[in-house]
Design a protein around this ligand. Structure first.
Ligand code: SF4
Ligand code: SF4
Length: 249
C-alpha cells in the first residue's frame, strides 16, 4: 500500500467509499445487507479507536469478512433453525470434504494463511487424498476428521446437511437434495466483495482455492508458494457472486 493512498484514508473516508461500493453479481438485498454489516463493523472499529493500518489490513485479507460471517453465523445458530436441529453432520462423516466440483470453495487470504499454518505440521504425511482421490488434503485419511478444524474456513463452517446418505451419493456425482450453506456464507462473500471495492486503489484483495491451498500446504509448500499456487484470477469472486445471484431461490 503506498504512503499517499494510506494517508488519504481514514474511517469516514472508508465509510464514504462503502456507500458506493458494489458486490457485483450479488442480489441487491444481499448487497444492501452486506453494506450495513460492513458499515457497522467500520463504525465499531472507529468508535473503539482501532488502529487504521490494522483495519485496512483486515479488510484486504478478508479477515473483516471472516469475522462478520462468524458473527452472523453465531446469530443464525442461536435461533436454532430446523435445518440445524435436524442436521445429520457428525465427526468422521466427511463426504462433504470430497471436492468434486469447483476448487473446494473460495477463501480469503486470512483464511488461507490460517489453514496453511494448521496444516504445515502435517506436511508429507498421508492426507485426505489417500482416502479418496478428490478429498480435501486437510482430512485425516484414517479418522476422516479435519486436521485443520479450528482453522477451517467459512465455506466449511457453513455447510451442513440433513441427509448424510444424500451427501454420500453426491460425493459419487449424484444430485441429491438435503445439503446447503447457512446464510452467513452469503454474508461472508458479500462483505468480501465490498471489502475489495473499498480497498480498490489502496490494496489488492485476493481470493484462493481451498482445495489447492490445502494440497500445497500438505505437500510442504511454504506459505508464499502455497498462496501463489492457490490464488484465483480476480474474476473468481465476482463469478461466485453471480452464480449465487443466478441460482434459484
Ligand atoms: S454435510 Fe453431509 S457429509 Fe458433511 S458432515 Fe454433514 S451429513 Fe456428513
Ligand atoms: S478444510 Fe477441513 S472441513 Fe474444510 S473441506 Fe478440508 S477437510 Fe473438510
Amino acid at each position: 500500500m503506498s504512503k499517499s493512498a494510506r494517508a488519504a484514508l481514514d474511517y469516514p473516508a472508508l465509510r464514504r467509499k462503502l456507500t458506493k461500493a458494489r458486490a457485483r453479481g450479488m442480489p441487491d438485498f444481499l448487497e444492501d445487507r452486506g453494506r450495513r454489516l460492513l458499515d457497522a463493523w467500520l463504525a465499531t472499529s472507529a468508535s473503539e479507536a482501532r488502529p487504521l493500518p490494522r483495519t485496512l489490513a483486515r479488510l484486504a485479507s478478508g479477515d473483516a469478512a471472516r469475522e462478520i460471517g462468524e458473527i452472523t453465523g453465531a446469530q443464525i445458530r442461536a435461533e436454532q433453525p430446523e435445518v440445524l436441529t435436524n442436521a445429520a453432520c457428525a465427526a468422521g462423516c466427511a463426504f462433504c470434504c470430497i471436492l468434486l466440483e469447483g476448487d473446494g470453495g473460495l477463501i480469503g487470504e486470512a483464511e488461507a494463511t490460517a489453514l496453511h499454518g494448521a496444516l504445515a505440521p502435517f506436511a508429507g504425511q498421508p492426507d485426505g487424498r489417500a482416502w479418496h482421490a478428490h478429498a480435501c488434503a486437510a482430512l485425516d485419511p484414517e479418522t476422516r476428521q479435519c486436521r485443520a478444524y479450528e482453522a477451517r474456513p467459512t465455506v466449511c463452517r457453513s455447510f451442513l446437511s440433513v441427509d448424510a446418505e444424500a451427501c454420500r451419493e453426491n460425493a459419487e456425482g449424484g444430485d441429491e437434495d438435503g445439503s446447503g450453506m447457512l446464510g452467513n456464507h452469503l454474508d461472508y462473500l458479500t462483505v468480501l466483495a465490498l471489502s475489495r471495492e473499498v480497498m480498490r486503489g489502496t490494496a489488492l484483495l485476493h481470493t484462493y482455492s481451498l482445495e489447492a491451498l490445502a494440497q500445497a500446504a500438505c505437500d510442504g509448500a511454504p506459505l508464499d508458494a502455497a498462496l501463489k499456487a492457490a490464488r484465483h484470477p480476480t474474476s473468481e469472486l465476482e463469478e461466485t457472486c453471480e452464480d449465487i445471484g443466478n441460482s434459484p431461490s
